[in-house]
Design a binder for this molecule. Structure first.
Ligand code: UFG
Length: 326
């Protein structure tokens, strides 16, 4: 197949591109490089630098590529930033997304895989979170992804665009080549590993008084390669569907820090800070639906294996992709 990948220079996109190429697909990457890195674009992929907010750019790239399917990763994904600058999130994730959908339809493409998020659920009433639970986002980032899910339903109904929307929980880990390098790093695991690398003095624990066994927030960490596998399986699905994607286990912030100490053999001092606004205490996925319907099964079931792969990448790339910060 030939796959058109938006955001293929980003953390999750670059890993999916690598797996697509490994199984013999052709790949065209479309990315504006504001979040992604040129060096994270696989050398075997065709690269178009362009912006989804520019209809001419996306229409031209799509028409030239004539792909069999689109995988859409390009988005802004910082919860905190979305609370300060909602316009950026609705412009890029929604308005830019509409341009992409229109270009997809105009090129006669009938398959679409969307990078959605557990943030569409907001504060869940219970865990694990399955696909029947109400989606009530609590920030513009989650809202922008939920709006895009709704757009997909209409483009399916009206244009016959078959889609799979994958709602990731906490993507983590790395392949041997592609890892996590955000220009503004907010995520727990890379921040803790930066302490192990000597780039930060201490790890910060945002809130030690949650109603969880050790008082710190619990998240469902899923290895990036398991996530990529779900995208590959999604390409074979003929009917539109939504799937939650995590490993179904949960690890607290304190457990993650302890795991990083174990894996790196470094001390990693940590301090407890106030809660970060908008953090649900517990987010755990039920991935039963995707397991049953697509046969998806995560290979990386332990947090140690996930952190080991992230650490190996960071040791090999202490300055990430080495391009200058914005
Ligand atoms: N945390 C810390 N210290 C840090 C960084 C994070 O204690 O230095 C905590 C957070 O407060 C949270 C947990 O670690 O409790 C995980 O935080 P991340 O920022 O790594 O991930 P989130 O769970 O906040 O974010 C993920 C996805 C988002 C998505 C969100 C939904 O990365 O895209 O889940 O809530 F929107």
């Amino acid at each position: 197949m030939k796959i058109f990948v938006t955001g293929g220079a980003g953390y999750i996109g670059s890993n999916c591109v690598e797996q697509l190429l490994l199984r013999g697909d052709k790949v065209v990457v479309f990315d504006n490089l504001t979040e992604g890195h040129r060096k994270a674009v696989h050398p075997k992929a065709v690269f178009h630098q362009g912006d989804l907010r520019d209809p001419v750019s996306i229409n031209g790239a799509m028409a030239a590529a004539k792909p069999d399917a689109v995988m859409h990763f390009a988005a802004n994904a910082l919860v905190g930033e979305s609370m300060e600058n909602p316009s950026k999130y609705f412009q890029n994730n929604v308005a830019g997304g509409i341009n992409l959908l229109d270009a997809t339809v105009a090129a006669g493409v009938k398959r679409f895989v969307f990078s959605s998020t557990c943030a569409t659920f907001g504060m869940p009433d219970r865990v694990p979170i399955d696909e029947t639970m109400p989606q009530r986002p609590i920030n513009p980032y989650g809202e922008s992804k939920l709006i895009f899910e709704q757009l997909l339903r209409w483009y399916d109904r009206i244009h016959g665009l078959k889609f799979v929307s994958l709602r990731y929980f906490n993507a983590a880990g790395a392949s041997e080549t592609y890892g996590e390098d955000h220009r503004i790093e907010t995520h727990l695991i890379p921040n803790v590993l930066n302490v192990a690398l000597g780039k930060k003095e201490r790890a910060e624990i945002f809130g030690g008084d949650y109603e969880t066994p050790d008082g710190t927030c619990i998240r469902d960490y899923i290895h990036i390669l398991d996530l990529a596998q779900a995208h590959l399986l999604a390409l074979g699905k003929d009917e539109s569907a939504f799937y939650n994607l995590g490993t179904g286990g949960g690890n607290s912030v304190a457990e993650v820090i302890e795991c990083c100490r174990r894996v790196t053999g470094r001390k990693i001092p940590a301090v407890v800070k106030p809660r970060r606004p908008g953090d649900p205490p517990r987010l755990i996925a039920s991935s039963k639906k995707i397991a049953k319907e697509l046969g998806w099964k995560p290979k990386y079931q332990s947090l140690d294996a996930i952190v080991e792969s992230a650490w190996a990448w960071h040791v090999k790339h202490p300055d990430g992709y080495g391009d200058s910060p914005h």
